[in-house]
Design a binder for this molecule. Structure first.
Ligand SMILES: [Zn+2]
Length: 70
């Protein structure tokens, strides 16, 4: 008995990341349906603003302000 070869066998199941629309693997992907943890966090709204937090005033600026005081 010969095993007939079917033309198409979809071995890799692919999905599209809802956040960045990148083709993403479904299998062995802990962040599915997202491509990465980052995209997952963005979608969840947990994209912390801490990373973009910038110090409002530097020490130098503070010194300039006090120097002007007479
Ligand atoms: Zn993504």
């Amino acid at each position: 008995m010969a095993t007939p070869l079917h033309g198409q066998s979809s071995s890799a199941r692919g999905i599209t990341c809802p956040t960045c629309r990148k083709p993403t693997a479904w299998q062995d992907n802990p962040y599915r349906p997202f491509c990465s943890e980052r995209c997952r966090l963005i979608d969840l709204g947990c994209w912390a603003d801490e990373e973009y937090r910038v110090p409002s005033q530097t020490a130098a600026e503070l010194f300039e302000t006090t120097e002007n005081n007479e």
